[in-house]
Design a binder for this molecule. Structure first.
Ligand code: HEC
Length: 210
């Protein structure tokens, strides 16, 4: 999904540039025109990286249709509401798994790449964007630090379980054009993997909260 969004951004930039070149002044809104067709034709399926990823969801299209102009508040709200309504909560209200497995998933950046053989189960790559365990010194800062995530928010209360699950399942439910991958909605992580990452964030004994 990340690459889906990434490609969306490239499409927007590419077509913005084409529009600027042609018109000389205002940037044209990206359309599925010859430029985009050429862009799509230059890729092919390889292992886990498939060209269908260039097809944006309706929400992604709205978020990238005009990179020069922010979405209207009503459009943002609609994306957030539709995303929230489509969140699938875990079977039997079992929100938490094993934090040790969750830590492995958070560290794992494999999956959905051309170097991944078909059938590779993707990881979450959470450390690429978030600080989590204070012992891990290699982490990105695109997202906020999640150190003491559960501790600072009163632990795994019903509200926190529900919010955190929905955020991981589809980040657009709270932030229309979030760059955080939609781990559940885009089928990146399984329900059990999300449970394990949930435990990493919320279990009191997890290194995130100790
Ligand atoms: C590409 C970067 C990226 C990746 C990878 C990523 N996130 Fe995020 N995440 C963000 C950004 C940016 C925000 C804050 C803005 C927003 O809400 O979208 C965020 C917000 C969050 C929040 C909300 C924090 C709060 O204070 O409410 C949680 C929880 C979260 N991420 C968990 C995760 C987990 C778990 C993973 C791995 C399975 C993960 N993220 C992977 C970018 C990322």
């Amino acid at each position: 999904m990340q690459s889906k969004l990434f490609t969306g951004l490239i499409n927007a930039a590419l077509l913005g540039a084409l529009g600027a070149g042609a018109a000389g002044t205002a940037l044209a809104a990206p359309k599925d025109d010859a430029g985009l067709a050429g862009f799509k034709a230059s890729f092919r399926d390889k292992n886990e990286a498939t060209v269908d990823r260039l097809e944006q969801s309706e929400h992604q299209r709205l978020c990238t249709q005009d990179a020069q102009r922010a979405l209207k508040p009503a459009q943002r709200k609609q994306i957030e509401q539709q995303s929230a309504a489509a969140v699938r909560y875990p079977a039997e209200d079992k929100f938490m798994g094993d934090w040790k497995e969750g830590e492995k998933i958070a560290q794992n950046g494999r999956g959905m790449q051309s170097s991944d053989p078909k059938g590779t189960q993707a990881g979450g790559n959470c450390y690429a964007c978030h600080q989590l365990d204070r012992k891990e010194i290699a982490f990105g800062n695109i997202g906020p630090s999640l150190l003491e995530y559960g501790k600072l928010r009163g632990g795994p209360t019903p509200e926190m379980l529900k919010y955190t699950w929905a955020k991981i399942y589809n980040s657009h439910a709270f932030q229309a054009c979030s760059v955080m991958p939609r781990f559940g909605a885009a089928g990146i992580l399984t329900e059990q993997q999300i449970r394990d990452v949930m435990a990493l964030l919320l279990a009191p004994e997890s290194p995130v909260n100790r």
